[in-house]
Design a protein around this ligand. Structure first.
Ligand code: SF4
Ligand code: SF4
Length: 252
């Protein structure tokens, strides 16, 4: 027991962050998510939130006669996040802690018993509590540096890690309404997210779904993504000019 205690002491947030950045994460944060956790997860009050930035759109951006459509599904990025989660889970378990990895695409069909727990905890909760981003008017996690062009994953744990003391509790979109204007379905309301109202963004989900179906007839996939393409966060420097090619998160 003394050895286990010593090992537990040795593992801290800084050390975990260093590992995850070395393994390829773009962002890593730690949040206290004990408030409002589902009963099944209450024994895991700390969320480790990690994200990888998206590559340039490439084939995920399709030009159509009606304008571009974009898919933010990057299978390779998701696979890399899952590999990092596996390594992190091994590390935490080797130190005697309990943990649960919520995969990037937590809504995909998964028949495993553990998958029933995934919908109980959204990545948005982890990232906002970890101070890594807010929920934009477009309903996506928006990071100050990278905008909404990130894929996210979460590991919940009972390790007593140092957590963020400045979580996001409201949106930072301000007067920006680019996604509101870009949405062809008129599905995005010009309303800022507030944590007290929960994680539900002000999106007309049905209108968005109908647009995705229309696009499926057009390009063969139920994608749209114009609210991601439109977001200026992460694309401009402090002087308001677009970052140099290479520094631009995309489009470049
Ligand atoms: S995906 Fe398209 S239709 Fe849906 S909210 Fe974003 S811009 Fe609107
Ligand atoms: S486009 Fe503007 S309003 Fe929409 S999520 Fe990005 S910053 Fe917020």
């Amino acid at each position: 027991m003394a050895m286990e205690g010593a090992l537990k002491y040795a593992l801290n947030s800084r050390e975990i962050k260093k590992f995850l950045l070395e393994w390829g994460a773009t962002l890593v944060g730690f949040g206290d998510v004990s408030q409002g956790l589902a009963g099944e997860l209450r024994h895991l009050p700390v969320a480790i939130s990690l994200a990888i930035r998206h590559p340039s759109p490439g084939r995920n951006l399709i030009h159509t006669p009606r304008g571009p459509v974009y898919s933010n599904r990057y299978q390779q990025v998701d696979s890399k996040l899952e590999q990092m989660q596996k390594r992190l889970v091994s590390l935490l378990k080797s130190r005697g802690y309990r943990c649960l990895a919520i995969p990037p695409d937590s809504h995909r069909h998964d028949t495993r018993f553990v998958a029933r727990l995934y919908p109980l905890f959204p990545h948005k909760t982890a990232a906002t509590c970890a101070g890594l981003g807010w929920i934009g008017k477009n309903g996506l996690l928006v990071n100050e540096t990278w905008g909404p062009r990130l894929s996210w994953a979460t590991v919940l744990t009972n390790a007593p890690l140092e957590v963020c003391t400045t979580p996001y509790v409201s949106g930072r979109c301000g007067r920006c309404r680019r996604c509101v204007e870009a949405c062809p379905a008129g599905a995005i309301a010009d309303r800022e997210w507030v944590q007290d109202e929960g994680l539900v963004p002000h999106i007309d989900v049905e209108a968005c779904r109908r647009q995705l179906e229309r696009n499926r007839l057009l390009v063969g996939e139920d994608i749209c993504g114009l609210c991601i393409l439109a977001c200026p966060r992460g694309m401009y420097d402090q002087a308001g000019t677009i970052k140099r090619k290479g520094d631009v998160r995309w489009p470049g």
